[in-house]
Design a protein. Sequence first.
Length: 208
Amino acid sequence: MHHLDLGLYNHQITFTCDFLKSKYEHLILDKIDNRLANIPRHSGLKIFKNGIQTANIANEYQNLIKIMIFVLDDLTEDNDLNKILIKVYKDWNNMYLIIRYEESWAKQFVNIFQEFSSSRLKFPKLQLWVYYTTDLIKKYGPLNRFSTETYESLHKDFVKSPYYLTNKKDIEIQILKMIQRQDIVTKLSAKSNQNAKIIYSFKFNNLI
């Protein structure tokens, strides 16, 4: 579930900030925030006016992927360090793009080169990747307990929905309080409607 943008890229951003802060104190983070805030507005691109630390959801990290390499360009007076950071983020962007084209490449590879292979490209690793994993999951669904459907639903109901109702400060605390209130209201509602066929459905919007 967003293992790249919300997972690994999140760590890369955090470690980058920690690394720069250890060398240049907190002023370097202010410089990053100023660069982010001064990026011109563009359709479909989120501008982080309140700094990089406000990024919390996958869409926001996807926007950071588009702009961080420019934010870090010539950030410090150490040219060697600048080159190292830029290379890390450039390689990340290349990897992120390549992953999106894996399945497309595999199909083209088979279509073009199959006739030149004595086994018709029946290589175990290629077969597993192209034919077995992707097609069988699409046809029969994932193996038991390997589906993220339940967790995606829980993520939406208990993280994304309440997140949008916060003021983006102390987010975790606000979300936990909302969930606690939801649980209390649901239990009280269930007790008062024990004989009812339809139990009152609580919505996060009721908290506003």
